[in-house]
Design a protein around this ligand. Structure first.
Ligand SMILES: Nc1nc2c(ncn2[C@@H]2O[C@H](COP(=O)(O)OP(=O)(O)OP(=O)(O)O)[C@@H](O)[C@H]2O)c(=O)[nH]1
Ligand SMILES: [Zn+2]
Length: 203
């Protein structure tokens, strides 16, 4: 099977990042192409707002997920069981239609000798979600980054999401939940451990 790779930073993809004015002009073009008048009062400021919104949707391109995991600490109790964060909400955009997909991620890792601040796991999810994605790549990127950044003995992820491109257009299936999984390290080898993860996330 073809191995998914982490996305190249946007600067390496495009020889020149377009200016803000060019981005706003592109929005004006799309409004006109949709059939409306970008100069009418209600739409005048829309290109500015859309460019601003894109800055938020896609701020993950400017962020380094591994850097979020740089600070780990030794747990005095020697805890080395599964650490599981359930229901991390995420918002992403599909790379096919730039339409939102959103849902929740359940993420577990098995610490080696060090643990990480819990918020950092949610930050890693957010950084990869705020790029153009497929749900599969998103799941994969979060898993491999956590494994590498935490030197974890294992990582388990389940993501469940609704894709707007399947709801508002195309096949128009509003209620489909797409579920993806990734199990690495001990979770891949040990089905009892996987079952424990699944029992908690199913609950
Ligand atoms: N595997 C995968 N597919 C996705 C994801 N997000 C959107 N898609 C799909 O990407 C596909 C793109 O298919 P195309 O045939 O190239 O595009 P399209 O004509 O717009 O397809 P329809 O959505 O079927 O109308 C569609 O089947 C989408 O449902 C995702 O995260 N993972
Ligand atoms: Zn799509």
């Amino acid at each position: 099977m073809k191995k998914l790779t982490l996305p190249t930073p946007v600067t390496a993809l495009s020889p020149r990042r377009p200016s803000r004015a060019e981005a706003e002009e592109a929005v004006r073009t799309l409004i006109a192409w949709s059939g409306d008048n970008p100069a009418r009062p209600g739409l005048e400021k829309t290109p500015e707002r859309v460019a601003e919104a894109f800055g938020e949707y896609f701020k993950g391109y400017k962020q380094d997920a591994l850097a979020e995991l740089a600070q780990t600490f030794e747990d005095p109790s020697g805890y080395n069981e599964m650490v599981l964060l359930k229901d991390i909400a995420f918002e992403s955009h599909c790379e096919h239609h730039i339409a939102p997909f959103f849902g929740s991620a359940h993420v577990a890792y098995l610490p080696s000798d060090r643990i990480v601040g819990l918020s950092k796991i949610a930050r890693v999810v957010d950084i990869f979600a705020r790029r153009l994605q497929t749900q599969e790549s998103l799941t994969e990127q979060i898993a491999t980054t956590l494994e590498e950044g935490l030197q974890a003995r294992g990582v388990a992820i389940m993501m469940s999401a609704r894709h707007h491109c399947m709801a508002a257009r195309g096949v128009q299936q509003r209620d489909v939940a797409t579920v993806t999984f990734r199990f690495l390290g001990e979770f891949e080898r040990n089905s009892a451990l996987r079952d424990r993860f699944m029992a908690v996330v199913r609950d």
